[in-house]
Design a protein around this ligand. Structure first.
Ligand SMILES: Cc1cc2nc3c(=O)[nH]c(=O)nc-3n(C[C@H](O)[C@H](O)[C@H](O)COP(=O)(O)O)c2cc1C
Length: 411
């Protein structure tokens, strides 16, 4: 029998592709529109090189960090991802795997499992919220997360309802009825193992989002119902961000910050952490890779809040690169979803082990015994790699020009 262990995230992706129905797998790889951002998230990591030492390599590999008040075995967190019907145990399997490896869990408010079950599987769980519904409804959801024991809050606001992917819609049926069965049978029937996993548990893939209601067991909307509510909610202002932050007594992350000016506003709003992120390339296509924006954001606010990065992490070396450019930790999305699709909880543990080992190898070669010692000196950074977004006046000043001077030169 073939080994269930895989040696790279790329192999996890191949196995997930083999195992999952086309629509489910498609949702895991998709980026918005032309896919420029999702591609750049990977291309940018490939552009960064290492500057390894020959002797004096590190004997120790201390990867432990404290992020948002939580002691973690390594600088990696599970980024929240919405319901994907990848595996019947879904977020509970991911949370268990993360707990087994000393890693914190981010739970999406569009997840398929109730927060109470997820916190029971991993007490280091952060709850992620979108700006959906009224303030009262948001307070009720936060209150439930607090009662369940969430250790922190992640507010994700970088969503512009971008629509249309050049490679087709990765649609997943909302419920298994006759029409869905007719339409999806050709995809699903050729993936008997995926179907068998669900059949064994007696559950059918079901797209309700149980964390969108105030109490466990309250009738929950479907994913698409909740998405509709979200589309009708007015877009949040910076005052709303400050309000949301005030309602949570504990660590609070704003996820999806790409611009230096926004990072500063987030600090003013009182957040304790940000994630430099472009939503894994699922939001506004054409946004540069998050790793390109990281150095300027980390330089601007890294001494005031925990700066994390997500987008494009596929190996331990990528974690080392992000830390060297100023991140305290990274969050992963697709890498663990593919692990989950390939081999359930064990597949997610497998992915986390690969990241830890890869990070360890990078540390050894770079002569860094502790992750906190990684620095720009460890990297080969091609000219023009970085992108400073926002704060144009500062960027111009750094380049020795100012808009006024540029205008006068043009005149
Ligand atoms: C299938 C999928 C669903 C996602 N759902 C959410 C979500 O519900 N909330 C959220 O904050 N981010 C969501 N994200 C974004 C991830 O948290 C993360 O920012 C992104 O996946 C990181 O990029 P990576 O996949 O290259 O690691 C989702 C990403 C994917 C791929």
């Amino acid at each position: 029998m073939a080994s269930t262990w895989f040696e790279s995230v790329a192999e996890a992706q191949r196995r997930a592709r083999k195992r999952l129905p086309k629509g489910v797998y498609g949702a895991l790889v998709a980026g918005s529109e032309r896919g420029l951002t999702v591609e750049d998230n990977l291309a940018a990591f490939a552009e960064l090189g290492f500057a390894p030492h020959t002797a004096g390599l590190a004997n120790e590999r201390n990867t432990a960090v404290t992020v948002m008040g939580q002691s973690l075995s390594m600088p990696v967190l599970i980024s929240p991802t919405g319901v994907q019907a990848v595996h019947p145990d879904g977020e509970v399997a991911v949370a268990r795997a993360a707990a087994a490896r000393g890693v914190a869990m981010g739970l999406s408010s569009f997840a398929s499992k109730p927060i109470e079950e997820v916190v029971a599987a991993n007490p280091q769980t952060f709850f992620q919220m979108y700006w959906v519904g009224t303030r009262e409804e948001m307070l009720a959801r936060m209150d439930r997360a607090r009662r369940a024991g969430a250790v922190g809050m992640i507010a994700t606001l970088d969503w512009s309802f971008a629509y249309g992917r050049d490679w087709g819609s990765p649609f997943i049926p909302e419920k298994i009825d006759f029409e869905a069965a007719r339409r999806y049978a050709p995809q699903v029937l050729v993936k008997p193992r995926w179907l068998l996993d669900f059949a064994r548990t007696g559950k059918i893939p079901d797209l309700t989002v149980p964390n969108m209601v105030a109490n466990p067991g309250d009738p929950a909307p479907t994913f698409f119902g909740a998405y509709g509510m979200w589309m009708q909610s007015p877009m949040p202002t910076w005052e709303d961000v400050a309000w949301l932050r005030e309602q949570w007594d504990g660590p609070f992350m704003l996820k999806g910050v790409m611009r230096v000016d926004d990072a500063k506003r987030a600090v003013d709003a009182g957040v304790t952490a940000i994630s430099v992120s472009n939503h894994g390339g699922n939001n506004l296509d054409g946004t540069p890779a998050s790793i390109r924006a990281l150095p300027s954001v980390a330089a601007a606010v890294g001494d005031q809040v925990d700066v994390l990065l997500d987008g494009g992490i596929r190996r331990g070396g990528d974690v080392a690169k992000a830390l060297a450019l100023g991140a305290k930790a990274v969050m992963i999305g697709r890498a663990y979803l593919w692990g989950l699709g390939a081999n359930g909880q064990a597949g997610v543990e497998n992915v986390l082990d690969l990241l830890r080992d890869g990070l360890g190898s990078a540390m050894t070669g770079l002569g860094r015994a502790d992750v906190s010692a990684l620095s720009r000196d460890d990297l080969v950074i091609p000219e023009g790699f970085e992108r400073r977004l926002g704060d144009v006046a500062v960027a111009n000043a750094l380049l020795g020009t100012s808009p006024a001077r540029a205008r006068s030169r043009e005149a």
